[in-house]
Design a protein around this ligand. Structure first.
Ligand SMILES: Nc1ncnc2c1ncn2[C@@H]1O[C@H](COP(=O)(O)OP(=O)(O)OP(=O)(O)O)[C@@H](O)[C@H]1O
Length: 284
């Protein structure tokens, strides 16, 4: 099957600060594919470049070189204006459900805004708002309320409904459940899976938590210092990790049993030395 999203040799460098500062290479040649209707999980420790990759796909990070091809079309170097039509194809759900929704708009206004911006008439937009609320299992009277009247999990449902409003084919989910408690996390993940089964949307699902990523992803890519060091199905990556960094990531995941935790600590210690890290600084 052809890729919906194809990333090749992507390099992203952020400008350095100060007069003689070197640029910082956050992505050092990343390649990946996402097929229509697929979830690709992107896991890695803080600072490994996950958000930068998501932002590059969304046109929000500076692409130094490489290709980002969506549905056969190169989108990595488009101007802001040329990207605008893509908003209905590629959407995003951010981590923080408290700051990602405009606090002064009602839920109906938040959900109708992207529709009306694309010329959908007010009456039709209002009907679609009802459908969207139903799709994310929120009551229809939610439409009249403000974001502050909802819990974190409910707000994330509103953010998901907004992302789905234009029937996108790809949603970048950047740590969408990290700010939620465990049981709410599970319900929001189940919702994302259900939405995918119903609509065929693809996800680039970013998280530092392998357990969360495994729950939702068909395949998992592991990032380390701006590179993808391993890709496989969730079972393969967690049961038979190939790269030492993936092994360390697994060992760092919290477990309930203190003895198992101590064994993991010892294993982690001996692995630490064996990881040879590629340099991400740009040579001048
Ligand atoms: N706008 C920016 N300017 C300069 N450096 C940046 C910028 N954004 C990110 N970085 C740096 O790029 C690297 C990758 O950051 P990124 O946010 O992509 O990592 P991440 O894996 O998503 O981390 P986290 O899980 O903490 O969000 C980090 O070292 C970060 O400090």
């Amino acid at each position: 099957m052809t890729s919906l999203l194809k990333v090749r040799d992507l390099i992203v460098e952020y400008p350095g600060r100060g007069l003689r500062a070197r640029p910082f290479r956050a992505l050092a040649g990343v390649s990946l594919d996402i097929r229509p209707g697929e979830s690709l999980g992107l896991v890695g420790e803080s600072g490994s470049g996950k958000t930068t990759l998501g932002r590059a796909v969304l046109g929000l990070a500076p692409v130094t070189s490489g290709e980002i091809v969506f549905d056969g079309r190169e989108i990595g170097h488009l101007s802001h204006r040329a990207r605008r039509p893509l908003a209905s194809e590629i959407q995003v759900v951010f981590q923080d459900p408290y700051s990602s929704l405009n606090p002064s708009l009602t839920v109906a206004q938040i959900l109708a805004e992207p529709l009306m911006a694309r010329g959908v008439a007010a009456k039709e937009a209002s009907r679609r708002v009802g459908d969207l609320l139903e799709r994310v299992a929120l009551p229809s009277d939610a439409a009249r309320r403000l974001p502050r009247e909802f819990s974190g999990g409910q707000r994330q449902r509103i953010a998901i409904a907004r992302a789905l409003a234009l029937d996108p084919r790809l949603v970048v989910c950047d740590e969408p459940v990290s700010a939620l408690d465990l049981s709410t996390q599970a319900r929001v993940l189940d919702l994302l899976v259900e939405v995918q089964e119903r609509t065929g949307v693809a996800y680039l699902f970013i998280s530092h938590d392998l357990a969360v990523v495994r729950h939702i992803s068909h395949r998992v890519s592991v990032m380390y210092r701006g590179e993808i060091v391993e890709t496989g199905d969730g079972e393969q990556v967690t049961a038979r990790p190939v790269h030492p960094y993936t092994q360390r990531l697994l060992l760092a995941a919290p477990v309930a049993d203190p003895r198992a935790q101590a064994e993991r600590r010892a294993a982690r210690h001996s692995l630490r030395e064996s990881i040879t890290a590629p340099s991400t600084a740009v040579m001048s």
